[in-house]
Design a protein. Structure first.
Length: 114
């Protein structure tokens, strides 16, 4: 099973755990730039939305702070969302990302899916 497939399966399970549909490719891509932020399950009231910077902004922050550990973690999180988009974008992500970063992200999201 490929890393992309493993991330897609984890995403499906995570969405099911929250009784939400899996994000469409464009929605997953949007989450790289801006995403909803829920602070707790009880906060999910209709009409109440909070927003946060997406994963790419968090990568930029880690890069500006020169925090390699945080950058690797955030870049792995980018892969979680990229895996839910198009194959060509995953190919590009996989081509520029070290294998240990992808594997750490796969393990993180598989654990979260349980």
């Amino acid at each position: 099973m490929t890393n992309r497939t493993r991330l897609q399966l984890a995403a499906t399970k995570i969405a099911a755990n929250f009784d939400k549909p899996l994000a469409a490719p464009r929605q997953a891509l949007r989450k790289l730039f801006v995403a909803r932020r829920w602070t707790a399950y009880s906060v999910r009231a209709p009409g109440l939305r909070r927003w946060k910077a997406g994963e790419l902004a968090e990568c930029a922050s880690a890069l500006l702070h020169r925090d390699r550990t945080a950058l690797a973690k955030e870049w792995g999180d980018v892969g979680y969302f990229v895996a839910q988009t198009w194959r060509w974008l995953w190919w590009l992500y996989e081509a520029i990302t070290p294998g240990h970063v992808i594997e750490a992200a796969v393990q993180k999201f598989e654990q979260r899916a349980r």
